[in-house]
Write a protein that binds this ligand. Structure first.
Ligand code: SF4
Length: 193
């Protein structure tokens, strides 16, 4: 059976003043596959991360949802913490109840209801996630630019200026694209060719 843990962050008062975080955690505890649910003042702090790691080990969690701020801020933090406790980092989802909820609403009751929905959605997603792994693939530091119009030529020049070999390819026998079909260019009346 999948074992999901839910962690609802207060962000001090950033979230807690608008969203009833204790209630969100309590309701999340009844969602399918959720075996552990709690709230905490600052989830990204060291004690907050330790809480996630400890709960993962003690409750044998294989999936996590952290209801907190935007994933752009702390998704890597929590994935790392979950991984260090033995979890697959891609089986951790963020429910953004700060920027997408607490910060854009004033009505506590409605904001709390929305936070419930966001957490429910994240739990539903994490239950369906598959574990992923990262791999490293050797690459050749060389670029192929297809289309030798103005944009393609400029891209090829920029890449070459950055120190990489470039192959510029076009279906026509000459480069220049639409530009070579023009006579003069505005406003300098330079010859387009
Ligand atoms: S995890 Fe995000 S929402 Fe929670 S305390 Fe840290 S910054 Fe605030």
């Amino acid at each position: 059976m999948k074992r999901v843990g839910v962690f609802v962050c207060h962000c001090g008062t950033n979230i807690a003043k608008t969203v009833d975080v204790e209630q969100v955690a309590k309701v999340a505890g009844d969602l399918p596959n959720v075996v552990f649910s709690t709230d905490y003042t600052y989830m990204c702090s060291e004690p907050g991360q330790d809480l996630l790691k400890k709960a993962t080990a003690e409750h044998n969690l294989d999936r996590c949802v952290v209801a907190c701020c935007t994933p752009r801020l702390h998704e890597p933090t929590f994935r790392k913490a979950f991984e260090s406790a033995g979890g697959n980092p891609y089986l951790l989802e963020i429910a953004n109840i700060r920027e997408q909820c607490a910060w854009v609403h004033n009505d506590r009751e409605k904001a709390t209801a929305k936070a419930h929905d966001l957490v429910r959605g994240a739990v539903a997603k994490v239950r369906r996630n598959f574990p992923l792994s990262t791999s490293t693939i050797p690459i050749t530091s060389k670029a192929l630019v297809i289309g030798a119009g103005i944009a393609g030529m400029q891209a090829a020049i920029d890449i070459a200026d950055a120190g990489y070999k470039v192959v510029l390819l076009d279906r026509e026998p000459t480069i220049g694209g639409k530009m070579v079909q023009l006579d003069k260019t505005f406003p300098t009346l330079d010859c387009s060719a």
